[in-house]
Write a protein that binds this ligand. Structure first.
Ligand code: PMP
Length: 365
């Protein structure tokens, strides 16, 4: 046993509000087909790997020095990418980056949430939003989506006006349900919200809807758009998330970020990966085509499928989702039980992985 194993969590002077809480817990199991955490299934192309390796080797020469605290070159590259992707002319001052968009979201709640403040999300949605709220002691006030998991923008706008949360999270495309919110709906939400609106666009590259970045010029004091390199960019292991907002929003985050939070290695690797954006993002179209095939096939097998605009699909109906999840695992396919009764979520993989998932689905059905 490890030294100190006689002490249990319950023995520690943990904050009362964290007692009994569960950590984020997607199982990391060594299974042949891992379709559970919405990663890009295509490994980085050899030219990208070589470029990252070269860039990290060069950065290693400076490992005795702290990194650029403000990651200016990386933010400049991200601004160039996001400007091209959205058609909105962003500059370095509009961008901020951290170790995954989870850290970006945490910094947002550190600056704009906290004790005595509230955050709201339209559930079911990304399970980390309430966990980050708890960690920053921001009161979490969830609001349900429609029974079919779509968001009634008019009703949602009314909720935001009535409850006036300090921060509202709007995930588009939504994880784990897959649907996007059209721009007009987003605009109605932002118009109605007295507080900040954070549009979590972790899966934006897979979506057919325009980005909320196109609304930044209209709502600079209210809107933050968070994005990540973990999904479409095939850079989940590199840990790089970012946001686009007014420069003053970035100034606010500088007050709470830890100094030197992005290592020289991370900054160098992310910049190298961005240089290969065109190659990496070529997989997005392939994955969208596969997503549509998986949705059609599941429907053909008699499952209910929630229409998805992302690289994953929520499907059902199961009497016992936990038991069905286990049955997939027994077939060598790891998917995700996101806690929505009767439903499971599968990440779109390579065609071969999706075939394995569909073959298992046929037997489990
Ligand atoms: N937002 C959403 C909606 C997500 O699904 C995820 C990853 N599961 C994240 C943010 C965070 O991802 P990362 O920290 O890797 O950027």
């Amino acid at each position: 046993d490890a030294i100190g194993s006689s002490v249990q969590l319950g023995d520690l002077p943990l904050r009362a509000d964290l007692r009994g809480a569960s950590p984020y817990g997607a199982p990391q199991l060594d299974v042949e087909f891992r379709l559970n955490t919405n990663e890009n299934p295509y490994p980085p192309p050899p030219a990208l790997v070589a470029d990252v390796t070269r860039a990290v080797a060069a950065a290693a020469e400076d490992l005795h020095r702290y990194p650029d605290r403000d990651a200016v070159e990386l933010r400049t590259d991200l601004a160039a990418y996001l400007s091209t992707a959205t058609g909105v002319p962003l500059t370095t001052a509009n961008l901020w980056a951290a170790n995954g968009s989870n850290e970006v979201l945490q910094q947002i709640l550190q600056a704009f949430g906290g004790p005595g403040r509230t955050a709201l999300g339209f559930e079911p949605s990304y399970s980390m939003h309430p966990i980050i709220a708890a960690g920053t002691r921001t009161e979490w006030t969830p609001t349900p989506r429609r029974a079919d998991f779509t968001l009634d923008a008019e009703a949602a706008a009314k909720v935001l006006a009535d409850r006036a949360p300090h921060v509202a999270f709007v995930t588009s495309p939504n994880n784990p349900t897959g649907g996007s919110i059209p721009l007009a709906g987003l605009r109605a939400l932002i118009e109605a919200a007295p507080g900040l609106v954070v549009v979590d666009e972790a899966y934006a590259e897979f979506s057919s809807q325009p980005s909320a970045v196109t609304l930044l010029a209209d709502y600079p004091a209210k809107l933050i758009v968070s994005r990540t390199m973990s999904k479409a960019f095939a850079f989940a292991g590199g840990r790089l998330g970012y946001l686009a907002a007014a420069p003053a929003m970035v100034d606010a985050l500088l007050l709470v970020r830890l100094p030197y939070h992005l290592s020289v290695l991370t900054q160098a690797a992310a910049r190298a990966a961005l240089r290969h954006a065109d190659e990496t993002l070529a997989s997005v179209h392939k994955l969208a085509v596969e997503r549509d095939r998986v949705m059609d096939s599941l429907r053909g097998l008699g499952f209910t499928v929630v229409p998805s605009d992302a690289n994953f699909v929520l499907f059902g109906q199961f009497e016992d989702a936990a038991a069905t999840w286990r049955a997939y695992l027994d077939h060598g396919v790891l998917i995700r039980d996101v806690g929505i009764p009767g439903h499971l979520r599968v990440t779109i993989g390579t065609p071969a992985e999706n075939d394995a998932f569909l073959a298992a689905s046929k037997e489990i059905r």
